[in-house]
Design a protein around this ligand. Sequence first.
Ligand code: SF4
Length: 459
Amino acid sequence: MTEKSKTIAYHTLGCKLNFAETSTIARNLEKEGFNKVKFDEAADIYLINTCSVTENADKETRTIVKRALRNSPAAKIVVTGCYAQLKPEEIASIEGVDLVVGTNDKFNLSKYFSQLPEEKVHGEKAIFFSCDISEVNFFKSSYSLGERTRAFLKVQDGCDYSCTYCTIPLARGKSRSDSIANVVKQAEELAQSGIKEIVLTGVNIGDFGIHLDNQQGSNGDTVTPQRNENFFELIQALDKVTGIERFRISSIEPNLLKDEMIDFVAGSKKFMPHFHIPLQSGADEILKGMKRRYLRDTYISRVKKIKSVMPHACIGVDVIVGFPGETDELFKETVDFISSLDVSYLHVFTYSERANTEAASMTEKIPMRIRQERNKILRQLSEKKRNHFYAEHIGETRNVLFMMNEEDGMLEGFSDNYLKVKAPFDSAFTNRVVPVTLVSCEDDYVDGVIADFKLQIAD
Ligand code: SF4
């Protein structure tokens, strides 16, 4: 079989950044002659892009490897991504895995494919290549084109913070960014390909603006990081890109979300009134133990500022339960704090010990059963917040970007302020921003009717 006729299937674990990177890896391999197929189809190679945040990354990788080998028992299994960087040997010993590639070379995978044995040898330990993370000295632009309406565009990678529970800096390295000029160029390319909405993605995007001399290569050179630009300048430049109707900021640290940015979003027609701001805990004592760079007062001020200029804005919150030392009282502080905040939904994570982090050696561990109970309590609070947020907007007419696909005779899309909206299917409205009157709340979406049918058909 020639390289030209090889088929490759992809599976991504984790965040939007990983999805953007898998898409870029796939596009590059396609240019080299590898044909992309679906993961449940037969393939010559299965590539798994792993995540270090995923609970039980090891177990999940094993399950996916088994799934791949059920489709094609002789296929080669390649594993890359954050978990492959952190635990290369552990992944290499998973039955069926042939090759493990760490962070430095995840965009140069084909150079390692030639080292795979011609025939799959079951029971053999995989070959693995990981790097010293301090040597990762490049930024690789990436974007995903998932549903052809929205794209996730990577603008920043790595993190210079040292939150005590987090392995991301160990898996992805130092904070570094694309240049504004290059992000704008990519946004223009995405507009050309019909994309209407771009979600700006990174590890710590508020820290955008640190550049390396060598932005695209990974040649082991010593490079000096320099802050040349900043996130506020980036959003102002993107606001002028024609063809893209919407931008969303995926997630931004509260200490980096400045008043000027909030005011800018409030006045922009393109930046949507939607913020996702990690909180992690509502108790200052726990925030200090996590080495977060803010206390709850900063968080309150961010929420109040947003709501003062955009009362309709959607605010999502990340929170971790069961961090060491989180007593019942401190957990209650978090519950009370979030209850009192005007926020719209939560993403709840159960704390789990990660090797080589400061928090892993902290002594006041919380039993797993209690961590899970707390997770459940906060998920219920999230549902309450979301239902309240959805109900607040019933009767309003809001702009909705509908996706391309039809599901059960319905169009599905998101309003400017991130309400999930469904309306009867009409192909005239797919991949378009349409005013929709919000009629009623259903389980996890809002039923809407398209507000001015004639106007939309005419334009
Ligand atoms: S800000 Fe903290 S939690 Fe987020 S990636 Fe950086 S170190 Fe991890």
